[in-house]
Design a protein around this ligand. Sequence first.
Ligand code: NI
Length: 249
Amino acid sequence: MLIDTHCHLDKNDYDNMEEIINNMKDNIMIASGVDLETSLNVINLCNKYKNIYGTIGLHPTELDKYDLSVMKKIEENLTNPKIVGIGEIGLDYHYGRENEKFQKEVFIYQLELARKYKLPVVIHSRDAALDTLKILRQYKDLKIDMHCFSYSLDIAKELIKLNVKLGIGGVLTFKNSKKLKEIVEYIDLKDILLETDSPYLSPEPLRGQKNQPINVKYVSKKIAEIKNISEEEVEKITSLNAISQFDLR
Ligand code: NI
């Protein structure tokens, strides 16, 4: 069994959602929201499909939608048993740092929610490694997934010390991802969660096409190749990691 620990199953992204979900057979998906609308969509999918779980939250590039009523609605849904975490949330300085303070406030607000409801978090962090690390050091009690990990080996080591899991996706299969391949070779399989970040970041040999959760198998295959172990072992260990990380039942 494979578990795609992070994907977006937005109505606007797929013409035939049923088919995308059927392609996963009995494998499991954790769909992620980025704002209130996509979070409510995640909840609908969770209620409809047994093998879909969800995380909900406000993404750092969607902060123009921040409103106390939005945060309240997100909070109201955190007790849904299929909602297994808060995400994706975090810091993104890629487009500039002028709202850095606000980003940190909303990030911390949601980390506090995670603490209050004893939920794991899925973190988006781009061009913001040190600030993310600094904040996460205050939340060692949380189960944290650093989704689409893209930083250095040094940052990976610091995160793993905090018991953070690294979300590894299609980027690993790209020809130019030498650094990430070295990191995956170095770190223990127990610290890895498989993901696709569908519909983005399709793995080789499908790079450039619209991604979907079943393509998580290419990520698993690449990890097996890099670590020189069987695909079965990668599937088994990473699925156990995901089940324990998100307390799936
Ligand atoms: Ni994502």
